[in-house]
Design a protein around this ligand. Structure first.
Ligand SMILES: Cc1cc2nc3c(=O)[nH]c(=O)nc-3n(C[C@H](O)[C@H](O)[C@H](O)COP(=O)(O)O)c2cc1C
Length: 216
């Protein structure tokens, strides 16, 4: 039994668009912010390893600094909450071990019983470190999180703008992440659309379903 009708789902997905102009007077209620934070926590990741951290920026003083390091886009300043999605730098086998501890505790099993899984996931991560693609892999995982965040927001009637147009290194600086384990790779502004945002009523530009979806 579907929890939501396909009509309602598609209505919300069509209602969603990448907001260019937020109404800076409207704030997301705290319980909804909390639900969106939980949706980030619930994001699936490869092997379940969660190589990330999410910074939820509500402080106007911080938000005001962001357009200058976001290609002068106003959304980070005018939105209610700006999310900076970060990867964990130098993700390595120790992080796999930490996850295995979490998995064992969550499932009520011993760490020893997960040795096979640990070896498999650890081998994957070790290969990524030695071949230099581990940060790309971590970044891919963060993109799953932003997808989940945007869809969750849409279902809650909250607007969003995913933002690659940010100077990630400068975001690190503003958030005090230099020299820490985390590095921002992507942003997502959350809040409520301005009545003046002409993008809200523009038709979606998508290739025909027959061209991009094929049943076999
Ligand atoms: C990963 C990603 C990064 C994006 N970065 C920006 C951005 O920096 N600024 C912006 O205004 N829109 C950004 N967009 C929005 C896209 O341009 C938009 O999603 C696309 O044109 C489709 O339009 P729609 O989301 O309104 O349906 C981004 C979208 C994605 C998925």
């Amino acid at each position: 039994m579907a929890k939501i009708s396909s009509t309602d789902l598609l209505e919300q997905l069509k209602w969603r668009y990448a907001v260019k102009e937020f109404d800076s007077t409207k704030k997301i209620p705290s319980e909804l912010v909390s639900a969106l934070e939980d949706s980030l926590v619930l994001t699936p990741s490869s092997f379940g390893l969660q190589p990330w951290k999410f910074f939820i920026i509500e402080d106007q003083g911080i938000k005001d600094q962001l357009p200058a390091i976001s290609w002068n886009q106003p959304q980070p300043k005018d939105c209610s909450h700006m999310v900076a999605l970060a990867i964990k730098r130098n993700f390595a086998e120790a992080d796999v071990a930490r996850f295995i501890d979490c998995l064992a505790a969550s499932r009520g099993v011993t760490v020893e019983s997960l040795e096979g899984y640990k070896g498999f996931a650890g081998g994957f991560v070790a290969q990524g470190v030695s071949e230099g693609w581990i940060e790309h892999w971590s970044t891919h995982q963060v993109y799953i999180a932003i997808g989940q965040l945007m869809s969750s927001a849409a279902l809650l009637g909250i607007d969003a703008c995913p933002m690659e147009g940010i100077q990630a290194d400068k975001y690190d600086e503003v958030l005090g992440l230099d020299g820490t384990e985390y590095h921002v790779v992507l942003g997502c502004a959350l809040g409520y659309r301005s009545e003046n945002d002409k993008y809200a009523t523009m038709n979606k530009a998508r290739f025909p379903k027959e061209e991009i979806v094929e049943r076999r």
